[in-house]
Design a protein around this ligand. Structure first.
Ligand code: MG
Length: 301
């Protein structure tokens, strides 16, 4: 048979070309492998690297910003607080207050449950005195959050002991169910002891006063109160509890206390859904002489 003679191209050139291609492929792979490996590691480590680098970057930027900060960077000019003229003397109503009682009349007040009743407490000498036959007196207006100033006087010749000695109370929101509201206790606790969570300055049966700041019977005393009403959802669930801060004769007795609900005489506090509510003054049924109130004003917050 006649065979095909190998030519020089087959013998010498082709093997060189094949080897070159093989070598190129092999070394390309060997060369690319570490790059691909490093790349994949870098991608995997990206979050860690970012976690290290970003805070450092932010820190550097904030350091740079602090070094270059100007006083005016943290100063702003609006909204401008409205101007309120303070009372001339301590305890006098500021210009934006709603005057609930200035000693002249009881127009802002009504007996509980009877807005049109003409029966009210006794008005004389610029103050009003509890009439226990009339019962509790409440504001005709309703309030949510407010600052309240109110002054009271226990009769100088007060008799009785414990809870039966000049007992009254300021219900910071009043309603005709449950305990009837949230009572800030008014009582003569000048050298008269009782359960501490029921003495003057207490949120009745929830929070004793931080200190006993009572003055002697016969002297005018005062409360300054900051009241944040509770909030409820449309379905009546408690959204945020009521909070109260109270100064008694200028002394802090309740410091942003969060109420657990209303203030019953018997049983546990509970919340009952309500909106804006009157402020109520208590005509307590004890046999001691009735106390007096004067200079009552409120600022809605
Ligand atoms: Mg009371």
């Amino acid at each position: 048979m006649e065979g095909r003679l190998a030519n020089p191209f087959d013998i010498f050139i082709l093997p060189i070309v094949y080897n070159a291609i093989f070598a190129l492929k092999k070394y390309t792979i060997l060369f690319l492998q570490p790059i691909l490996y490093i790349n994949s590691k870098l991608i995997a480590m990206t979050p860690k690297i970012a976690a290290l680098i970003l805070p450092a970057a932010f820190f550097s930027i904030s350091l740079f910003a602090q070094e270059n900060a100007k006083p005016e960077d943290t100063e702003y000019y609006t909204p401008v607080p409205k101007v309120v003229t303070p009372g001339r003397a301590c305890g006098q109503a500021p210009s934006d207050a709603i005057i609930l009682f200035d000693g002249k009349n009881l127009n802002e007040w009504a007996p509980e449950g009877d807005t049109n009743s003409t029966k009210k407490w006794v008005l004389a000498d610029n103050f009003m005195t509890v009439d226990k036959t009339v019962g509790d007196l409440r504001t005709k207006r309703r309030f949510m959050d407010f600052q309240l100033h109110i002054e009271y006087r226990i009769p100088a010749d007060i008799q009785g002991s414990g809870q039966a000695r000049g007992n009254s109370g300021i219900f910071l929101a009043s309603f005709p169910w449950g305990a009837g509201g949230y009572e800030l206790q008014v009582l003569d606790n000048y050298k008269n002891s009782t359960y501490v969570n029921g003495q003057a300055g207490s949120i009745y049966k929830q929070s004793p006063p931080l200190v006993n700041a009572c003055k002697k019977p016969g002297e005018w005393q005062y409360y300054d109160v900051v009241w944040t009403a509770p909030r409820f959802t449309e379905s009546g669930e408690l959204k945020s509890a009521a909070r109260v801060t109270v100064f008694h004769n200028g002394v802090l007795v309740q410091n942003n206390f969060e109420l657990r609900g209303d203030t019953p005489y018997v049983g546990q506090p509970a919340y009952h859904p309500h909106g804006p509510a009157p402020i109520k003054l208590q005509a307590h049924g004890d046999k001691s002489k009735p106390i007096s109130y004067r200079n009552i004003w409120v600022r809605e917050l």
